[in-house]
Design a protein around this ligand. Structure first.
Ligand SMILES: Cc1cc2nc3c(=O)[nH]c(=O)nc-3n(C[C@H](O)[C@H](O)[C@H](O)COP(=O)(O)OP(=O)(O)OC[C@H]3O[C@@H](n4cnc5c(N)ncnc54)[C@H](O)[C@@H]3O)c2cc1C
Length: 280
């Protein structure tokens, strides 16, 4: 909390009573909580469509369901991309393929240390208001400051109630390659942990479960910006569990970089080259 306050975020500490006053469904065993009025919620699918529609208004042509299978370089510069439906000439490629970014890197023999980290999520039946705002477990938040904590934890709890009344309960953190199946163990783990915090969940029906792949990087930071030695190849991937929240700022910075060659926030900490070791 102190770290967050230091960078100017409005975050405060609540004791058990204060926390339960704000969220009456919380278990009385809760020790306390942090609270930020800045927290918000978006529907990631609607957000993605909103970005696409805004881009189209600016003249962007959007092609879907076309796999990129190759990249042509000429004298260290991007020349074209090869797709399942033909070649497209370009001098700029932005690798924004999330958990698949390393596969795109391989097309030009570039090592990108992004791997998929599976997250399973449960959806409950719709119910009258149980949660007034999104809840995250302390472990989940701590893991954002120290990614090694997440590795030992397995599950970082997040709970939200959507506008239609369904609750979203998540999520696991697993390295299982590109496997997007849900598992009995994962579902059980989420239920055990979330119903400790909101006991009322024990009486609710789960109507659906699904899993997605977060683009994990070893230091928990995304990989953004130009790549040394390959002119025109730009990285915008590796946002792990924050890719929705970070999507507007990522888009803005990458657009600035392409437009002007500079960015209003330095991308030095996010360069791919931070993972390269020199052999000396
Ligand atoms: C369970 C779970 C909970 C999450 N909760 C949150 C949250 O609360 N807040 C938050 O901010 N983030 C959250 N995230 C993380 C967020 O979903 C990701 O960080 C984000 O989706 C990454 O966006 P992206 O555009 O980089 O990659 P993606 O959304 O994965 O998009 C990559 C795209 O690249 C395409 N692609 C891949 N390879 C190719 C190819 N060869 N040719 C053409 N296209 C290709 C894919 O089809 C895909 O459409 C969560 C993730 C999970 C799994």
């Amino acid at each position: 909390m102190e770290k967050q306050q230091k960078i100017g975020l409005d975050v405060s500490l609540l004791d058990t009573d204060q926390a339960r006053k704000m969220e009456p469904s919380l278990s009385e065993k809760i020790l306390g909580s942090t609270f930020s009025p800045l927290d918000g919620q978006v529907n990631p699918i609607l957000l993605t469509f909103a970005f696409i529609s805004a881009a189209k208004k600016l003249g962007t042509e959007v092609l879907t369901h076309i796999e990129i299978t190759g990249i042509e370089l000429k004298s260290g510069k991007v020349r074209s991309i090869i797709t399942a439906k033909g070649e497209i000439e370009t001098d700029i490629i932005i690798n924004a393929t999330g958990a698949y970014a390393a596969r795109i890197g391989k097309l030009i023999d570039l090592d990108i240390p992004i791997k998929p980290r599976r997250g399973q999520i449960l959806v409950t039946e719709a119910a009258p208001q149980i949660l007034r705002r999104g809840l995250l477990s302390a472990g989940y938040i701590a893991a954002k400051f120290d990614p090694s904590l997440a590795e030992t934890q397995g599950v970082g709890i997040s709970m939200d109630q959507t506008s239609s009344g369904n609750l979203l309960l998540g999520s696991t953190r697993e390295f299982v390659g590109f496997d997007k199946r849900t598992t009995y163990e994962g579902i059980n783990n989420i239920l055990k942990n979330t119903s400790r915090i909101i006991p009322q969940l024990k009486n609710m029906h789960i109507i659906r479960s699904f899993a997605g792949l977060r683009p994990y990087t070893p230091d928990g930071l995304p990989i953004l910006g130009k790549v040394q030695g390959i002119e025109g190849f730009i990285m915008a991937a590796g946002h792990e569990g924050d890719g929705m929240a970070l999507s507007p700022i990522t888009g803005e910075l990458i657009a600035e970089l392409i437009d002007t060659g500079e960015t209003s926030i330095s991308l030095d900490h996010f360069r791919l080259e931070r993972f390269f070791t020199t052999s000396q």
